[in-house]
Design a protein around this ligand. Sequence first.
Ligand SMILES: Nc1ncnc2c1ncn2[C@@H]1O[C@H](COP(=O)(O)OP(=O)(O)OP(=O)(O)O)[C@@H](O)[C@H]1O
Ligand SMILES: [Mg+2]
Length: 283
Amino acid sequence: MSIILDKVSYLYGQGTSYEIMALKDISLKIDDNEFIGIIGHTGSGKSTLTQHLNGLIKATSGHIYVDGEDIYDDDYDMKKLRGNVGLVFQYPEHQLFETTVFDDVCFGPKNQGLDKKTVELRAFEALYNVGFPEELFYSSPFELSGGQKRRVAIAGVLAMKPKVLILDEPTAGLDPAGRDEIFDLLKKMQQELNMTIILVSHSMEDVANYVNRIIVMDKGQIMLDGKPREVFKYYRELEKMGLAAPQVTYLMHELRERNLDVDVDATTVEEAKISILKALGEI
Ligand SMILES: Nc1ncnc2c1ncn2[C@@H]1O[C@H](COP(=O)(O)OP(=O)(O)OP(=O)(O)O)[C@@H](O)[C@H]1O
Ligand SMILES: [Mg+2]
């Protein structure tokens, strides 16, 4: 599924004295099977942007085309769009409310009007895909750990079989182990289920290690958009926006300044390791 944003702007409180321009002239194209990280300072417009992608917020001006169709056309099927573009809000576990994990995951597909058998099959599949332990399917969501609750919430959206999955700060509030687990899970889902995953994150380190494309936002605009190693070249500009490149970027630049011939564009610890060993003549 391709999504095109053409000069999308959004004003909160349009026409009031509190008017805020949250998005300004955003143009971008999202293709099939991408893994995108959206990064930016607080208030830069990340959540506002993601909520445009499934029609939850309507642009003040500009157009959004999904598979070539203008989603603001009067006869456009918004309900279908909501099914195709699944949105996992920040702290989604706050929205778990059914008595069992399984019932909770059934909620979305049930609402899509599917029959009982299909709904249950979808729920099983989704829980399986997020690696949720079977012996806990019928326990109360409130008895689970933070990481498990997060998985259930993600499964709830996955059960609607979206083609694009958007997650707003999917690892917020989790410990480092829980964070790695969720990122590993998303990477696996993106590859095995052939879906596009878009995640909002504050952590450059996490994003650098997992995504294929980074979109950097600042004050409602897109400042950078590209592969991690292209984006981190601009680490000085990122700092001016209150962001930082991964630690690896700084380390590699420092080594280069000390005349070790390393690849300054390495973005992951693994890439850095190989480059340093090479420069030292070990491999
Ligand atoms: N419901 C709202 N009403 C009015 N202004 C809002 C509303 N939601 C967001 N804003 C404003 O719009 C701008 C963009 O906010 P948004 O929540 O999209 O940023 P964000 O990048 O997701 O921030 P964070 O990292 O804190 O989640 C900010 O100036 C914010 O104060
Ligand atoms: Mg936000």
